[in-house]
Unconditional design. Structure first.
Length: 400
């Protein structure tokens, strides 16, 4: 059952108990005796109603026929500590839309649901439910407010992500289509044809890299928490990545070296470890600039493993630093596309770090270089076979 369904069910329970109290009061004698079973039952029902109202897990409040608050539950006070009995809805929240909707519910008796942005520790989005009910012929309204800011922000982020992906895919596709159409010209000079073939291949490779990154990021988002049963040794990953990027580093005029310790086990899958180290090293190779030196480090620091790439190159403008881990953010878009960047590398790195309880940070000064550091909680090394140990056969290993 969804959170909204729970809220509706709880509201229905409150209204039902209120209706029972009203019915019992209507059926009670005009002049009841000082002590009676019926009177005790009414008091018991009122206590039950108050307990149910107080126990509602969402911010709830009751307002009378004049849109004045006459009851606030603890969940509402935790979110809106300024609420108090006797305050009007407009006075309490300062929102004309909420006040108008409450008065409409009082007037018509029709329930309502809508989203509303209120200023509570910044602007936050709330799902508001209004349920009118009658008490002895007087209409009141039960209001519940559920904070949906995270869900709203996530939906906006996904919508923006889809729009960005569409834009990023359209750019190389448009260029590729244009070059393929040009290649159909039988009178195109051979040297131009060869150049177009090379550029078409580069655009196709860029598309492939972009799609791979998008799928990998989607996979990370769909599987929260540490990767169960998987580990990797960063000490083995770093030298392999440095060797793999040696050719590209030479083309860019960047000296790429590694400094790595031993036994740097992390709770990353081999693919995740490869993505972290490669994305950091590729950024340095592509953007440090000719003549720069980039050092890829892996080391144990306390209970964590640090993966760090430091270069003495061009650096990043200060205005861009707060945004470098955002998806598709590029401080130099034209250069990034020319060098094959997808704009997702550092975003993937940060997502992997966050997922494992680690962190990613960057420091840079324009003209003096950049350092990107990723800290991942360390894992114990795998248990290897012990010769002669009972119950452990050749090739059997404990999976972590």
């Amino acid at each position: 059952m969804t959170a909204v369904a729970w809220v509706i069910a709880l509201i229905a329970l409150v209204v039902a108990v209120a209706a029972v109290i009203v019915a019992r009061r209507a059926a009670a004698p005009v002049a009841p005796p000082p002590v009676s079973d019926e009177g005790d039952q009414v008091l018991h029902d009122e206590a039950r109603l108050s307990a149910v109202f107080a126990a509602l897990p969402v911010a709830s409040l009751r307002v009378d026929s004049d849109a004045v608050i006459n009851a606030v539950n603890p969940a509402a006070l935790a979110t809106f500590p300024f609420l108090d009995d006797g305050l009007g809805v407009l006075e309490a929240f300062g929102d004309h839309q909420l006040s108008a909707r409450v008065r409409d519910a009082i007037r018509t008796g029709d329930p309502a649901r809508f989203d509303l942005r209120l200023f509570v520790e910044g602007r936050r989005t709330f799902r508001v439910v209004l349920v009118p009910f009658d008490v002895e012929g007087v209409r009141e309204v039960l209001i519940t407010l559920t904070d949906s800011s995270e869900a709203t922000a996530y939906q906006e982020l996904r919508s923006q992500f889809v729009a960005n992906v569409s834009h990023e895919l359209r750019t190389p596709l448009t260029g590729l289509r244009g070059m393929l159409e040009a290649l159909e010209d039988p009178e195109m000079p051979p040297d131009m044809r060869a150049d177009f073939v090379v550029r078409s291949r580069a655009e196709a490779e860029h598309l492939e890299a972009l799609i791979d990154d998008v799928l990998f990021l989607s996979e990370l988002e769909s599987q929260q928490g540490d990767p169960a049963g998987e580990r990797s040794d960063v000490a083995e990953v770093v030298p392999g990545v440095v060797s793999l990027l040696a050719g590209e580093a030479g083309e860019q005029g960047v000296t790429l070296v590694s400094e790595v310790g031993q036994g740097l086990w992390t709770p990353l899958t081999p693919r995740m470890a490869q993505m972290v180290v490669r994305n950091l090293a590729e950024n340095a190779v592509r953007y440090a600039g000719p003549g720069a030196t980039a050092v890829v480090r892996g080391r144990r620091v306390g209970d964590c493993v640090e993966i760090e790439v430091e270069d003495d190159g061009l650096g990043i403008p200060e205005r861009d630093l707060p945004h470098v881990f955002e998806r598709f953010y590029r401080s130099d878009p034209s250069r990034s596309r020319r060098l094959g960047g997808t704009g997702l590398g550092l975003s993937i790195v940060k997502h992997i770090a966050d997922r494992t309880g680690g962190e990613a940070e960057i420091t840079s000064r324009e003209g003096f270089g950049t350092t990107v550091r990723v800290v991942i909680p360390a894992s114990p090394p795998p248990v290897t076979d012990v010769p002669g140990e009972a119950g452990v056969g050749s090739g059997d290993r404990e999976r972590w």
